[in-house]
Design a protein around this ligand. Sequence first.
Ligand SMILES: Nc1ncnc2c1ncn2[C@@H]1O[C@H](COP(=O)(O)OP(=O)(O)OP(=O)(O)O)[C@@H](O)[C@H]1O
Length: 330
Amino acid sequence: MTNQMITARGLTKTFRAKGHPVEAVRDVDLSVEAGELVAFLGPNGAGKSTTLRMLTTLLPPTSGEARVAGCDIRLDPAGVRRRIGYVGQGDSGGHTQRVRDELHAQGAFYGMGRRETRARAAELIESLELGQVAGRQVQSLSGGQKRRLDIALGLLHRPELLFLDEPSTGLDPHSRANLWEHIVELRRTTGTTIFLTTHYLDEADELAERVMVMDHGRVIADDTAPALKQQLGGDRVALAFRSAADAAAAASRVGGEANGAVVTVTAPHGDRALPCWIRELAEAGLEVIAATHRAPTLDDVFLALTGRSLREEGAAPAGAAPDAAGPAAA
Ligand SMILES: Nc1ncnc2c1ncn2[C@@H]1O[C@H](COP(=O)(O)OP(=O)(O)OP(=O)(O)O)[C@@H](O)[C@H]1O
């Protein structure tokens, strides 16, 4: 039997804003097994934080039910809170408290003994590489150091399950990569289940074992990143021609879609198909002047599901796929 860390059925949250209902989360079912690292992905306003806030008992659902770390969120919210760690979007900046003292205060908050708290704080300071700043005021830390402190605070009472709401937002690429190294290492060494939200497709793709995509309050995809990408039917190939007329003629031959003088095609082994297409098209008098090939991304998955690009934060129409930027010179 699998050990479920989170199960939710029909989870729904409707807010009222200026007298109108806002359906932030609609009938969400989800399950996370113990030890999994799951990324919750979606554009601004998709309902990710609201879902997290319901699962962490910060917000009561309008309807639906969930069990988190073995406790019912409605019947035993205190039990849920004891067993989980939660790091929200707000940062820990502005505190004059020193890093080590902040961790000690958190231990007292959880009712941990002094000796246990000190030992645990020292352990986390070391594993999250906060040793050099442990005596500094929180307000003097860099963005990456603050996020690592937030995570240490969330882990102090050794929760079985850690929720992180956009842990890497606002960090520079180096700090993001560093933070992720710590998250992955923590998971590896402690087996803590991690459920996090992110806007970054590359993070979810590379590092999460499972990706849940949310849009307009619903979970619209839930699988491993490779499986989600495989469902798209293959690689993206773009071919550029001298004219739109050539592109239109070529599109019908290769089964692609013309957009101006560029044709985009989806094919299982696009890299192998590309030289054949170039040859065939040349024989038909259609010269390919540039070509690109790339593997599908999670953004392609989102685009296929919603007609919008997540990279553009929902702003780009379906036609403006990354391919349409035009291929590089062959
Ligand atoms: N307290 C509230 N009152 C009214 N509407 C709210 C409230 N909290 C959230 N919403 C709305 O619910 C929807 C979902 O918001 P939520 O913060 O869960 O999205 P999100 O996916 O976490 O977005 P982001 O990535 O920007 O954090 C949005 O339309 C938001 O404006």
